[in-house]
Write a protein that binds this ligand. Structure first.
Ligand SMILES: CC(C)(COP(=O)(O)OP(=O)(O)OC[C@H]1O[C@@H](n2cnc3c(N)ncnc32)[C@H](O)[C@@H]1OP(=O)(O)O)[C@@H](O)C(=O)NCCC(=O)NCCS
Length: 178
């Protein structure tokens, strides 16, 4: 049985101990998408639709997951997602994604969304989200192993540790064990 729900949250070094597979750095799969907000994507207030932002979040997160795993992927979980500031028609929306942690067959991807007013150059943080993707074997359709993640910076280490804690909560919710 997998020990997916057991134990405390490990430190980065401890969590990576015994890994023999070749790892990939976070920088190898970081992704960015930039779009102009068009009237067809906005509500009657001229603000970008929440559902459209969710769609873009899923796509930019999938890009990082595909790049890290070099495989097909499926979204298995999306954490709490909020809209802190709206994005107006005519503004530019920028989405950044990175792998926060690779587990066995799954990866947590972090996404940040910003709006940019090109007249002033001002950027505003709009949304943050965590998504979990599972790598899928193209022949069998079953989950497949992903490369370990190599974390280098303090921010990458912080996200790596946070991802371990968040995974425990997700799996407890999914499988009903704590
Ligand atoms: C993705 C899918 C194939 C995985 O199959 P499964 O039977 O759940 O497989 P497992 O139980 O072995 O889980 C696979 C991985 O997902 C992880 N996982 C499952 N549910 C999770 C959740 N809610 N949150 C975080 N991780 C989760 C498991 O921990 C495991 O990761 P690990 O190997 O790194 O530990 C299956 O859940 C599925 O088809 N779901 C529908 C996906 C979908 O339609 N998405 C929308 C379109 S892309």
């Amino acid at each position: 049985m997998k020990s997916r729900n057991s134990g405390r949250v490990k430190g980065v070094g401890e969590a990576l101990q015994g890994q023999t597979r070749r790892g990939k750095p976070v920088s190898a799969s970081c992704s960015e998408m930039t779009e102009m907000v068009l009237p067809s994507e906005t509500n009657p207030l001229g603000k970008l639709l929440g559902g459209h932002i969710m769609h873009l979040v899923d796509i930019v997160a999938a890009m990082a997951a595909h790049r890290h795993s070099n495989s097909l992927v499926m979204t298995v979980s999306v954490d709490y997602l909020d809209f802190r500031n709206s994005v107006s028609v005519g503004e530019i929306v920028i989405l950044n994604s990175q792998v926060n942690r690779a587990f066995h067959t799954s990866m947590e991807i972090g996404v940040e969304v910003f709006s940019e007013n090109y007249l002033t150059g001002k950027r505003t943080h709009t949304t943050s989200a965590y998504l979990t993707f599972v790598a899928i074997d193209e022949h069998t359709g079953a989950p497949k192993e992903v490369p370990p993640l190599i974390v280098k910076t303090a921010a990458e280490r912080r996200r790596f540790l946070g991802a371990g804690a968040r995974r425990k909560i997700r799996l407890a919710n999914r499988y009903g064990k704590r």
